[in-house]
Design a protein around this ligand. Structure first.
Ligand code: UN1
Length: 492
């Protein structure tokens, strides 16, 4: 099987010379080949998107939303198939695959609702017989660059608000996960979106991404991925005066206070640390624990970790799937070695697995470090794998300080039964998302998603906030006085 780009409503072979193989991380088998694209494919897609956008912007928003209802309906109908493709392609366990597809379905219906809102504002004018309002205007052609760890949900967070607001888009999915993008392109095609509204271009390395960022007719770049790549996107985007929305890494912590329900905390930690094999930007990778419950928490975590079945995510009994590829395995293992050198105590895990039944795949054993220093590298840098670092503290103040000591600011969580501590924590934790008595993952699509500090650059995916990325505020004044009224002068 070979995948083609979807440009201007038709399937086209990429113009690049090379193919890349899509590999199932659970067993190393090749799933399909993709011909890579180049700058000429981007140019063609942008041309089509620009042409289509003029007409698309004139389609009333509730009518644009009708396509989203239809997309949501098809995704729902194909939920199981999409989840299977997702699990084969990137490895997350099937239960989470279904959850991710559900996130996309929710986004379709939620953003379709925005087609009947897209609220602007009317405000009184300073002058008599003058009407003042501001409306959300579409921006034009937008570029979407998405990661492999959430190959469908994140794409829906970006593409659905983009089109409901009257933009057209070019989407470059991650090289590792083009199959999900292909499935979505088929849906865009089937619902009859006008040609050029949705375009999918498969790339690799920097060529397609760079061509998108440099293209004068792409006005917005919405990127989710690594901090390293995000920085390059921001630099290049800045040079071309693009509106750039970035969602990048995290170093998310669960705080466990001395009055916490420990069973609940353990469940929350395991789910958010080892779900998607720790490859979520919201994954819990630090546990900041009050000294009085540290030993007890360690014991309970160790006990529960024994029950985590590792293997191919298509097997319903498996709890932890593979990581994405060999370089990811090496990176994770490299961090475990660093942790040991830094003097952290390895309580469990710490191995690349190639036992019978796991051969050919990329599996890392769920890992628990304790006695980790808050400023050590394993406690500060994003590992993006199933590794937890336990850090001991004496008070809520210290826990918050440790939480806030990292350069990232995506998600955080606190387990406590004390409502005062919970409310203080939600105020003082410097992250874009805060959970009380829940792990660090599981953001819902109708709330803004994003982080402070090095996690992003102030924009948000999801929720109504996503519309701020894909619309321009336009202020409109209508003077019906019949005379020339001068603001700031005739108001005296
Ligand atoms: C990501 O890891 O990039 O909150 C997104 C969550 C999911 C989305 C994660 N709803 O964990």
């Amino acid at each position: 099987m070979q995948l083609n780009n979807y440009i201007n409503g038709s399937w086209q072979d990429g113009g690049g010379a090379d193919y890349t193989a899509v590999v199932n991380p659970a067993n190393g088998e090749t799933l399909c080949d993709v011909r890579l694209s180049g700058k000429s494919d981007v140019d063609e897609a942008v041309k089509a998107a620009k042409r289509a956008q003029k007409e698309w912007a004139l389609v009333p928003a509730p009518k644009r939303a009708d396509y989203l209802y239809e997309i949501g309906r098809l995704m729902k109908e194909r939920k199981e198939h999409l989840a299977q493709v997702l699990t084969k392609e990137m490895g997350k366990v099937i239960e989470e695959g279904r959850g991710e597809v559900q996130e996309g379905i929710d986004m379709a219906f939620y953003m379709a609702g925005e087609g009947r809102r897209l609220f602007g504002e009317t405000v009184p004018s300073e002058l008599q017989d003058k009407f003042a309002m501001s409306v959300r205007a579409p921006i034009g052609v937008v570029g979407l660059i998405t990661p492999w760890n959430f190959p469908v949900a994140i794409a829906t967070w970006k593409s659905f608000p983009a089109i409901v607001a009257g933009n057209t888009f070019i989407w470059k999915p991650a090289t590792e996960t083009p199959m999900m993008a292909y499935e979505m392109a088929k849906i865009f095609d089937e619902v009859g979106l006008p040609p050029g509204v949705a375009n999918v271009v498969f790339g690799s390395g920097g060529e397609v991404g760079t061509a998108m960022i440099e293209h004068p007719d792409i006005r917005v770049i919405s990127f989710t991925g690594s901090t390293e790549t995000g920085r390059r996107v921001a630099e290049l985007g800045g040079r071309h005066l693009k509106k750039v929305s970035l969602e990048m890494g995290g170093k998310n912590a669960v705080i466990v206070m001395d009055d916490a329900d420990l069973d609940l905390a353990v469940e929350g930690i395991l789910w958010s640390a080892f779900g998607t094999a720790g490859q979520r930007c919201t994954a819990c990778s630090r546990v900041i624990v009050h000294r009085d419950v540290k030993k007890e928490l360690e014991q309970r975590l160790l006990e529960q970790m024994k029950g985590l079945t590792i293997g191919d995510g298509l097997d319903e009994s498996v709890k932890v799937g593979p990581v994405i590829n060999a370089p990811a395995l090496e990176k994770i293992h490299g961090y475990v070695e660093i942790g040991k050198k830094e003097g952290a105590k390895l309580l469990a895990g710490g191995r690349i697995l190639d036992d019978e039944g796991l051969k050919g795949g990329y599996y890392y054993e769920p890992t628990l470090f304790t006695d980790v220093k808050w400023d050590s590298r394993i406690a500060q840098e994003e590992i993006f794998g199933p590794v937890i670092s336990l850090i001991e503290v004496d008070s809520l103040d210290e826990a918050i300080e440790v939480n806030n000591s990292v350069t990232y600011g995506l998600s955080s969580s606190i387990f406590t039964r004390d409502v005062n501590q919970a409310f203080r924590a939600q105020r003082d934790l410097d992250t874009g998302i805060v959970y009380v008595n829940a792990g660090t993952t599981g953001a819902e699509i109708h709330l803004p998603f994003g982080g402070t500090k090095g996690t992003g650059n102030g924009h948000r995916d999801s929720g109504v906030a996503a519309l701020d990325v894909f619309t321009e505020w336009k202020s409109i004044y209508v003077d019906y006085s019949g005379k020339l009224q001068r603001a700031q002068i005739d108001t005296e």
